[in-house]
Design a protein around this ligand. Structure first.
Ligand code: HEC
Length: 221
């Protein structure tokens, strides 16, 4: 009694060549051999049409969908007049931020300064006086004796904030105007706001110069 060495049919199948397999399947399907190589997954015409369609749709979506931006697809959006809207910043708010960046360390959050060293801004005759003087103080700094609310200060110098040669800060005219508007209207101070144009006018007229002194400031009307 002879037993085949291996009864696993997969081994026999694996031994078949590709051509054997094609022949077997053709025999089973009762079809003619594919001598003309006409077996294809998709007719070339359909393949071409589908590719063209995909290419067209992709290009169309890319071009006309606005990258699916919410502002383009906002069905509640109101039509605009087309006129540009100027953003109006509140100078006091801008000035408060600028004050908090630097001035606050010397003149204090309440504008009271530090006795004998940093003069007060709250109630100060300089802050509430002519804007032409206070613009110069911040633009060019201040040195030497200065009388504020009946006390003399000269222990330290007021830094130079303007966009001028010896400035440690180089603040632009708009920022200086904003900080001055803020200190002139905070802590009970009630002086008029300072415009960026006024700061520009002073800087253009006086150019780069050294720190102001009290005597010089008193000359300024
Ligand atoms: C490094 C400390 C310091 C900083 C920062 C500083 N100051 Fe002064 N400030 C002084 C000193 C000191 C004086 C007085 C100078 C003197 O004695 O000649 C002065 C004087 C003044 C005066 C005139 C006197 C008065 O009290 O009214 C004003 C106005 C003023 N500073 C505003 C400002 C503003 C606004 C800022 C911020 C942009 C600022 N200072 C930042 C130290 C400082």
């Amino acid at each position: 009694m002879s037993t085949p060495a291996n009864r696993d049919p997969r081994v026999d199948q694996a031994a078949l060549s590709d051509q054997d397999l094609v022949d077997l399947h053709e025999k089973q399907l009762g079809r003619h051999p594919d001598d003309g190589a006409r077996y294809r997954l998709l007719p070339i015409g359909i393949l071409f049409t589908l590719s063209a369609l995909i290419l067209f749709s992709g290009t169309y979506l890319n071009r006309y969908t606005g990258h699916y931006s919410a502002s383009i697809f906002d069905e509640n959006a109101k039509p605009t007049t087309g006129a540009p809207v100027a953003v109006k910043l509140d100078p006091v708010a801008v000035g408060r931020k600028a004050y908090g960046e630097v001035c606050i360390t010397c003149h204090q959050p309440t504008g009271t300064g530090v006795v004998g060293v940093y003069p007060p801004l709250a109630g100060s005759e300089w802050v509430n006086g002519p804007s032409s003087r206070v613009v110069r103080i911040v633009l060019y700094g201040l040195k030497g004796d200065i009388h504020v609310e009946g006390h003399v200060f000269n222990a330290a110098a007021m830094p130079v904030f303007g966009k001028v040669a010896n400035s440690a800060y180089n603040w632009n005219d708009a920022k200086i105007a904003a900080v001055l508007t803020y200190v002139r209207q905070e802590w009970g101070n009630k002086a008029a706001e300072v415009s960026a144009d006024e700061v520009t006018a002073v800087r253009t007229a006086t150019g780069d110069r050294k720190e102001m002194s009290e005597a010089e400031l008193e000359q300024v009307k």
